[in-house]
Ligand binder design. Sequence first.
Ligand code: PXP
Length: 240
Amino acid sequence: MVRLGVNLDHVATLREARKVNYPSPLKAAFIAEEAGADGITMHLRQDRRHIQERDIEDVIKHISLPVNVELAIVPEMVDIVSDLKPQHCCLVPERVTEITTEGGLNIIEFENETGAAIEKLKSKDISVSLFIEPEIEIIKKGVELGTNAIEFNTSLYSDSKTPGERNIQIKRIQKAARFTAENYSLEIHAGHGLNYTNVKFIRDIPEIIEYNIGHSIISRSVFSGLYNAIIEMKKLLRCL
Ligand code: PXP
């Protein structure tokens, strides 16, 4: 069976928009655990725009699910995550002014930095995944650098505007997944921009064993919960 890692970044985005102490990613992690999520993912960005170190500490301490921390290959971030000691991490590219992660990590250009990050994190018993484009040369380089897993960036697929474009991207991911499974014993994950519609076309790639999904789940939860949230406030105001 495939696993679902629930990314809680955007619970923290709502909190940081007001710099208050709610909504709490820890509380969201409890709900995710109760709902059957297989893991919790959080991206510790250099600008700390959403998840903070204390969120990761809290979730590791109180939740029994495996925690996967996404981070840039910057020595300072690698040191911080090495000390936080989640079970898993995923190395991602990061540009401070980006809205969200853009493209897979260029592990060919940044081979030394990626290798050093992998070595340090693995020395702390943290298993490492690389967020990469589904391309054979990049997969081979990830293996050479000693990664434990790879996560295919699905954003070109998720952003497809037509069925034709979508098919091209599905085939690209399928080919990369097949190549990886036939040649290596790496875990294959996928994520970015997956939602309640597009996940139906990608979920049948059998080599992918984990999906990391965040924005669409947190967005959906606004509407699953809004009705009750309004009723509760009306009751408190005694105007129901
Ligand atoms: N996987 C990685 C490596 C990511 O950087 C992100 C976004 O933080 C996701 C998965 C989840 O993407 P989304 O929020 O679009 O579902």
